[in-house]
Design a protein around this ligand. Structure first.
Ligand code: DCP
Ligand code: CA
Length: 352
């Protein structure tokens, strides 16, 4: 089996540099907040010039300024990045192989049993086409499993092309730190450190039963990966339009606290499902059914994609208050739904 993994380089920042070529060579940071409120936001990505100063995804924007005071700050223009992402994903789907979109700027292609030689040819052509048709840089990884293809890609960034075959996998893995395995977050890293497991080589020499005891089933998956066994598959993504949950209350009520508690319970369930499926959302809606069987709905569209449980709950609470202020009818059923979904960033879905 040959898997291709494609990941765009410094994606949001590269899109901005395409829009405004004068940004090239400068230290560019893309953040969540508008210019006038930027010190309260976080960095979504930074170009490689900025990364030299330690600026990276997830750090507060004010810290980025401490690392490099003359940086160029831009608020994320997500509709533009989504359009670019769609162009790339459509191009990839055009090859006729199964495609799994992993995030806004990453995808895996299952080339089946074409062999490495042909796989490399297809990979190089795809890289060239992305560069020609979008003018954006990307990195391609090739291996015999999805996780290893992603790692081959990651270790060849930026603007690279990495191949790791069955014969090369042991050497490729053994000296890397455990956190190079997709799925290992800071908490797992810490647990492994206590067991004196620092490199993937250490992991492959460890006791799988001990790993299972400390990390659960994930421990076995990590043990397999560290030994060059990659069972991850390319799964084509079927379209999911929304995720919702509704529930009938124990008794009909106008009690705000009872309703709010139900909203927060449903928000948690909706969030958990979205996290499991790696979706971010832009719309949050609620529905109530009254004792007289009439119903009302209310929703809010965010100006960004979110993956926050707190955000679903907070918006749900605001919307229900608005509905309850309108009339004082008894409520018998409540629902919470998120829609306008997008595959989230895979790095954010860490196994902790
Ligand atoms: N992103 C975000 N918040 C994060 C991480 C990423 O909004 N915490 C966005 C901005 C990125 C895009 O997702 O441009 C893709 O994420 P990647 O992790 O693939 O990072 P980049 O493409 O920016 O850089 P790299 O070249 O390392 O892939
Ligand atoms: Ca990327």
């Amino acid at each position: 089996m040959v898997i291709l993994y494609i990941d765009m380089d410094y994606f949001f920042a590269a899109c901005e540099q395409l829009k405004n070529p004068e940004l090239k060579g400068k230290v560019v940071v893309i953040g969540t907040n508008k210019e006038d409120n930027k010190m309260k936001g976080v960095v979504q990505t930074a170009n490689y010039e900025a990364r030299k100063y330690g600026i990276k995804s997830g750090i507060p924007t004010k810290d980025a300024y401490k690392l490099y005071k003359d940086l160029v700050y831009l608020e994320a223009d997500e509709p533009y990045y989504e359009k670019t992402s769609k162009t790339i994903m459509d191009m990839l789907k055009g090859y006729g192989f199964p495609v799994e979109q992993e995030s806004i700027d990453e995808a895996a292609l299952d080339l089946g049993d074409v062999g490495y030689e042909k796989g490399i040819g297809i990979g190089k052509e795809i890289k060239k086409r992305i560069n020609n048709e979008t003018n954006l840089p990307c990195t391609v990884g090739i291996s015999f499993g999805k996780t290893f293809a992603k790692m081959a890609c990651e270790s060849s960034k930026p603007d690279g092309f990495g191949i790791v075959t069955e014969n090369e996998i042991t050497d490729f893995l053994k000296t890397k730190p455990v956190k190079a395995l997709p799925g290992i977050g800071p908490k797992t890293e810490e647990k492994l450190k206590i067991l004196r497991i620092n490199t993937i080589g250490d992991l492959s020499d460890s006791d799988p039963l001990l790993l299972k005891e400390k990390l659960g089933i994930v421990g076995i998956e990590l043990y397999n990966l560290s030994n060059g066994i990659d069972k991850s598959k390319v799964v084509e993504f079927e379209e999911v339009l929304s995720i919702g949950r509704e529930r009938t209350l124990n008794e009909e009520t106008t009690d705000v606290t009872v309703i709010k508690n139900m909203i927060s319970e449903l928000s948690k369930e909706v969030f958990e499902e979205s996290a499991k499926k790696n979706f971010w959302f832009k719309d949050v809606g609620i529905k109530v059914r009254y004792a007289d069987f009439t119903q009302a709905t209310k929703s809010k569209t965010l100006n960004h994609y979110s993956s926050s449980e707190e955000e679903i709950e907070r918006i749900g609470a605001v919307l229900i208050k608005e509905l309850m202020n309108k009339n004082n009818k008894k409520i018998r059923k409540v629902g919470v739904r998120i829609s306008s979904l997008m595959k989230g960033n895979s790095q954010k879905r860490l196994i902790v």
